[in-house]
Design a protein around this ligand. Structure first.
Ligand code: AMP
Length: 214
Protein backbone atom coordinates (compact mmCIF):
# COMPACT_ATOMS: atom_id res chain seq x y z
CA UNK A 1 0.00 0.00 0.00
CA UNK A 2 1.59 3.29 -1.11
CA UNK A 3 -0.08 6.36 0.31
CA UNK A 4 0.57 10.10 0.35
CA UNK A 5 -0.96 12.32 3.02
CA UNK A 6 -1.41 15.92 1.89
CA UNK A 7 -2.70 18.73 4.04
CA UNK A 8 -1.70 22.09 5.48
CA UNK A 9 0.63 22.16 8.50
CA UNK A 10 -1.32 21.02 11.54
CA UNK A 11 -3.99 19.15 9.58
CA UNK A 12 -3.09 15.98 11.49
CA UNK A 13 -1.02 14.17 8.86
CA UNK A 14 1.58 12.97 11.35
CA UNK A 15 -0.99 11.86 13.92
CA UNK A 16 -2.98 9.93 11.34
CA UNK A 17 0.12 8.39 9.77
CA UNK A 18 1.24 7.08 13.17
CA UNK A 19 -2.20 5.51 13.63
CA UNK A 20 -2.01 3.85 10.21
CA UNK A 21 1.44 2.22 10.38
CA UNK A 22 0.47 -0.76 12.54
CA UNK A 23 -2.74 -1.45 10.73
CA UNK A 24 -1.19 -1.29 7.29
CA UNK A 25 2.20 -2.76 8.22
CA UNK A 26 4.09 -0.09 6.30
CA UNK A 27 6.39 2.68 7.60
CA UNK A 28 5.60 6.38 7.89
CA UNK A 29 8.07 8.50 6.00
CA UNK A 30 7.98 12.01 7.41
CA UNK A 31 10.48 14.35 5.79
CA UNK A 32 9.80 16.86 8.59
CA UNK A 33 10.77 14.27 11.25
CA UNK A 34 13.86 13.35 9.22
CA UNK A 35 14.94 16.99 9.01
CA UNK A 36 14.33 17.54 12.73
CA UNK A 37 16.46 14.47 13.49
CA UNK A 38 19.24 15.84 11.27
CA UNK A 39 18.99 19.24 13.01
CA UNK A 40 19.26 17.51 16.40
CA UNK A 41 22.33 15.58 15.28
CA UNK A 42 23.82 18.77 13.83
CA UNK A 43 24.67 17.19 10.46
CA UNK A 44 25.55 19.55 7.56
CA UNK A 45 22.22 18.68 5.91
CA UNK A 46 20.41 19.43 9.18
CA UNK A 47 22.07 22.82 9.53
CA UNK A 48 21.09 23.72 5.98
CA UNK A 49 17.49 22.51 6.49
CA UNK A 50 17.15 24.49 9.73
CA UNK A 51 17.67 27.82 7.94
CA UNK A 52 14.54 27.16 5.89
CA UNK A 53 12.46 25.44 8.57
CA UNK A 54 12.82 28.30 11.05
CA UNK A 55 11.42 30.72 8.46
CA UNK A 56 8.50 28.46 7.56
CA UNK A 57 9.98 28.03 4.09
CA UNK A 58 10.51 24.80 2.19
CA UNK A 59 13.85 23.02 2.17
CA UNK A 60 15.20 23.03 -1.44
CA UNK A 61 13.78 20.27 -3.64
CA UNK A 62 17.10 18.59 -4.43
CA UNK A 63 17.85 18.15 -0.71
CA UNK A 64 14.41 16.70 0.05
CA UNK A 65 14.39 14.40 -2.96
CA UNK A 66 17.85 13.07 -2.03
CA UNK A 67 16.68 12.29 1.51
CA UNK A 68 13.55 10.45 0.31
CA UNK A 69 15.47 8.50 -2.33
CA UNK A 70 17.87 7.24 0.33
CA UNK A 71 14.97 6.34 2.64
CA UNK A 72 13.24 4.30 -0.08
CA UNK A 73 16.36 2.12 -0.23
CA UNK A 74 15.72 0.78 3.29
CA UNK A 75 14.18 -2.73 3.46
CA UNK A 76 11.08 -1.65 5.43
CA UNK A 77 9.80 0.24 2.38
CA UNK A 78 9.47 -2.94 0.32
CA UNK A 79 5.83 -3.46 1.31
CA UNK A 80 4.90 0.17 0.86
CA UNK A 81 4.84 3.43 2.80
CA UNK A 82 2.84 6.36 4.06
CA UNK A 83 4.42 9.59 2.88
CA UNK A 84 3.74 12.36 5.38
CA UNK A 85 4.84 15.83 4.29
CA UNK A 86 6.32 14.75 0.96
CA UNK A 87 5.88 15.72 -1.84
CA UNK A 88 5.26 19.41 -1.17
CA UNK A 89 6.03 20.89 -4.60
CA UNK A 90 5.27 19.88 -8.18
CA UNK A 91 8.99 19.30 -8.69
CA UNK A 92 9.00 16.81 -5.79
CA UNK A 93 5.84 15.11 -7.11
CA UNK A 94 7.48 14.62 -10.50
CA UNK A 95 10.64 13.27 -8.87
CA UNK A 96 8.48 10.90 -6.82
CA UNK A 97 6.79 9.63 -9.99
CA UNK A 98 10.26 8.78 -11.32
CA UNK A 99 11.35 7.07 -8.09
CA UNK A 100 8.16 4.98 -7.94
CA UNK A 101 8.52 3.97 -11.57
CA UNK A 102 12.10 2.89 -10.90
CA UNK A 103 10.88 0.68 -8.04
CA UNK A 104 7.99 -0.74 -10.08
CA UNK A 105 5.48 0.81 -7.67
CA UNK A 106 2.50 3.12 -8.07
CA UNK A 107 0.37 5.25 -5.78
CA UNK A 108 -2.77 3.73 -4.30
CA UNK A 109 -4.20 6.77 -2.52
CA UNK A 110 -3.49 10.44 -2.03
CA UNK A 111 -5.39 11.40 1.10
CA UNK A 112 -6.05 15.14 1.32
CA UNK A 113 -6.90 16.36 4.83
CA UNK A 114 -8.72 19.70 4.58
CA UNK A 115 -8.75 22.23 7.45
CA UNK A 116 -9.39 26.03 7.31
CA UNK A 117 -6.46 28.34 8.14
CA UNK A 118 -7.83 29.98 11.31
CA UNK A 119 -8.57 26.62 12.82
CA UNK A 120 -5.00 25.54 12.13
CA UNK A 121 -3.41 28.57 13.76
CA UNK A 122 -5.23 27.70 16.99
CA UNK A 123 -4.22 24.07 16.73
CA UNK A 124 -0.57 24.67 15.93
CA UNK A 125 0.23 27.36 18.48
CA UNK A 126 -0.98 24.94 21.19
CA UNK A 127 1.06 22.01 19.96
CA UNK A 128 3.78 20.56 22.19
CA UNK A 129 6.07 17.96 20.65
CA UNK A 130 7.93 15.28 22.59
CA UNK A 131 11.73 15.37 22.28
CA UNK A 132 11.82 11.63 22.92
CA UNK A 133 9.20 10.05 20.63
CA UNK A 134 7.87 12.98 18.55
CA UNK A 135 4.34 12.44 19.92
CA UNK A 136 2.33 15.66 19.81
CA UNK A 137 0.20 16.83 22.69
CA UNK A 138 -1.98 19.97 22.59
CA UNK A 139 -2.33 22.30 25.55
CA UNK A 140 -6.12 22.46 25.03
CA UNK A 141 -7.24 19.47 22.93
CA UNK A 142 -4.84 16.75 24.17
CA UNK A 143 -3.09 18.02 27.29
CA UNK A 144 -0.48 15.79 28.94
CA UNK A 145 -1.31 14.49 32.43
CA UNK A 146 1.73 16.34 33.75
CA UNK A 147 2.65 19.70 32.20
CA UNK A 148 5.71 19.53 29.96
CA UNK A 149 5.95 15.73 30.12
CA UNK A 150 4.92 13.32 27.34
CA UNK A 151 2.21 10.80 28.37
CA UNK A 152 3.58 8.21 25.94
CA UNK A 153 7.25 8.05 26.90
CA UNK A 154 7.88 10.53 29.72
CA UNK A 155 10.02 12.68 27.39
CA UNK A 156 10.22 16.46 27.56
CA UNK A 157 7.59 18.43 25.62
CA UNK A 158 8.60 21.57 23.71
CA UNK A 159 7.13 24.05 21.26
CA UNK A 160 8.71 23.68 17.84
CA UNK A 161 10.22 26.92 16.50
CA UNK A 162 8.02 26.53 13.44
CA UNK A 163 4.86 26.34 15.60
CA UNK A 164 5.09 30.05 16.53
CA UNK A 165 2.21 32.11 15.03
CA UNK A 166 4.22 34.21 12.54
CA UNK A 167 5.95 31.09 11.23
CA UNK A 168 2.62 29.28 10.99
CA UNK A 169 1.10 32.05 8.84
CA UNK A 170 4.10 31.81 6.57
CA UNK A 171 3.90 27.98 6.43
CA UNK A 172 0.21 28.25 5.48
CA UNK A 173 1.07 30.64 2.66
CA UNK A 174 3.77 28.24 1.50
CA UNK A 175 1.19 25.43 1.56
CA UNK A 176 -1.38 27.35 -0.49
CA UNK A 177 1.20 28.60 -3.00
CA UNK A 178 3.34 25.52 -3.48
CA UNK A 179 1.67 22.37 -2.16
CA UNK A 180 -2.06 22.72 -2.86
CA UNK A 181 -1.48 22.58 -6.67
CA UNK A 182 -0.54 18.93 -6.07
CA UNK A 183 -4.20 18.14 -5.38
CA UNK A 184 -4.99 18.97 -8.98
CA UNK A 185 -1.95 17.03 -10.17
CA UNK A 186 -3.04 13.86 -8.35
CA UNK A 187 -6.77 14.35 -9.13
CA UNK A 188 -5.84 13.79 -12.76
CA UNK A 189 -4.42 10.40 -11.71
CA UNK A 190 -7.74 9.54 -10.00
CA UNK A 191 -6.18 8.76 -6.62
CA UNK A 192 -7.35 11.70 -4.45
CA UNK A 193 -9.56 11.01 -1.40
CA UNK A 194 -10.63 14.18 0.45
CA UNK A 195 -11.19 14.11 4.21
CA UNK A 196 -12.67 16.74 6.56
CA UNK A 197 -9.81 17.32 9.01
CA UNK A 198 -11.81 19.49 11.46
CA UNK A 199 -13.36 16.39 13.04
CA UNK A 200 -11.93 14.50 16.02
CA UNK A 201 -8.80 12.37 15.56
CA UNK A 202 -10.95 9.21 15.76
CA UNK A 203 -13.47 10.48 13.20
CA UNK A 204 -10.71 11.51 10.81
CA UNK A 205 -9.09 8.10 11.26
CA UNK A 206 -12.38 6.35 10.46
CA UNK A 207 -12.94 8.53 7.41
CA UNK A 208 -9.45 7.70 6.12
CA UNK A 209 -9.95 3.97 6.69
CA UNK A 210 -13.20 4.10 4.77
CA UNK A 211 -11.64 6.13 1.94
CA UNK A 212 -8.70 3.75 1.46
CA UNK A 213 -10.67 0.59 2.19
CA UNK A 214 -8.35 -0.59 4.97
P1 AMP B 1 6.55 19.13 8.82
O1 AMP B 1 6.90 18.51 10.12
O2 AMP B 1 6.15 18.13 7.78
O3 AMP B 1 5.54 20.25 8.96
O4 AMP B 1 7.89 19.81 8.26
C1 AMP B 1 8.57 20.83 8.98
C2 AMP B 1 9.43 21.65 8.03
O5 AMP B 1 10.40 20.81 7.38
C3 AMP B 1 8.69 22.32 6.88
O6 AMP B 1 8.08 23.55 7.27
C4 AMP B 1 9.80 22.51 5.86
O7 AMP B 1 10.64 23.59 6.20
C5 AMP B 1 10.60 21.22 6.03
N1 AMP B 1 10.07 20.15 5.13
C6 AMP B 1 9.50 18.98 5.51
N2 AMP B 1 9.13 18.26 4.43
C7 AMP B 1 9.48 19.01 3.35
C8 AMP B 1 9.35 18.82 1.95
N3 AMP B 1 8.77 17.73 1.42
N4 AMP B 1 9.82 19.81 1.14
C9 AMP B 1 10.41 20.91 1.62
N5 AMP B 1 10.55 21.15 2.94
C10 AMP B 1 10.09 20.22 3.80
Amino acid sequence: MNIILIGPPGAGKGTQAKRMIDRLGVPQISTGDMFRAAVKEGTPMGLKAKEYMDKGALVPDEVVIGVVKERFGKPDCAKGFILDGFPRTLEQAKALDGLLKGMGKSLDHVVVIEVPDDYLVKRLTGRRTCRGCNYMHHVEFDPPKKEGVCDKCGGELYQRDDDQEATIRSRLKTYHDQTSPLIDYYSKQGVVRTIDGTKSMEQVQEAIQKAIGA
